[in-house]
Design a protein around this ligand. Structure first.
Ligand code: HEM
Length: 127
C-alpha cells in the first residue's frame, strides 16, 4: 500500500462498493432474520441503496459527491433520531458482515470494517 492509497482504493473502488451495498440490501430484503431492520425502511430501497453507496464512497476516502450534496448531515445523528434497538442494530452489522464476505473484500479490511460498523450501529441504539 502506498501513502496515497485510500481505503476506497484498497477495497477495490466504485465497483466493489457498489457490489457490497447491493449484497447488503439484498440480504436485508430477502432474509427473514432481518425482518425487523427491513420493516424500518421504505418498501422501495432504491434510494437508500444509492445513498449508502455515496456515503460509503466518501467515508472510505473516495469521491465526496454524497457529502457535497448533503452538507452537514451526520450519519450518527440521523440514525439516533430513529427507533433503533440492539436487535435491529445487530441485524445491520450481521448483514454487512455477510456482504463483506460475499464480495470478497480483503479479509483484514473486512474484519476492521465489520468491527467499526458494529461499534457505530451499537452507538446508534436509542432503546
Ligand atoms: C454503521 C451503521 C450504519 C450506517 C453506515 C448506515 C448508513 C445509512 C445511510 C447512508 C442511509 C441513507 C441516508 C440518506 O437518506 O441519505 C441510511 C438510511 C437508513 N438507515 Fe442506516 N446505517 C447504519 C445503521 C443502521 C441501523 C443499525 C439501522 C436500523 C436498525 C438503520 C436504519 C436505517 C433506515 C431506516 C434508513 C432510511 C432512513 C430514511 O430514508 O428516512 N441504519 N443508513
Amino acid at each position: 500500500m502506498t501513502d496515497q492509497q485510500t481505503a476506497f482504493d484498497q477495497i477495490g473502488g466504485a465497483s466493489r462498493v457498489d457490489a457490497l451495498v447491493e449484497a447488503f440490501y439484498d440480504f436485508v430484503e430477502t432474509d427473514p432474520a432481518y425482518a425487523g431492520l427491513r420493516a424500518m425502511h421504505a418498501r422501495d430501497m432504491t434510494t437508500v441503496r444509492a445513498a449508502l453507496k455515496g456515503w460509503l464512497t466518501g467515508w472510505l476516502g473516495g469521491p465526496r459527491d454524497w457529502f457535497a450534496a448533503n452538507p452537514g448531515v451526520c450519519m450518527m445523528s440521523m440514525h439516533r433520531a430513529m427507533p433503533i434497538d440492539t436487535a435491529t442494530a445487530g441485524q445491520w452489522t450481521d448483514a454487512m458482515g455477510r456482504a463483506l464476505a460475499q464480495v470478497e473484500v480483503d479479509r483484514e479490511m473486512a474484519a476492521a470494517l465489520h468491527e467499526v460498523f458494529g461499534r457505530m450501529s451499537a452507538n446508534m441504539t436509542t432503546r
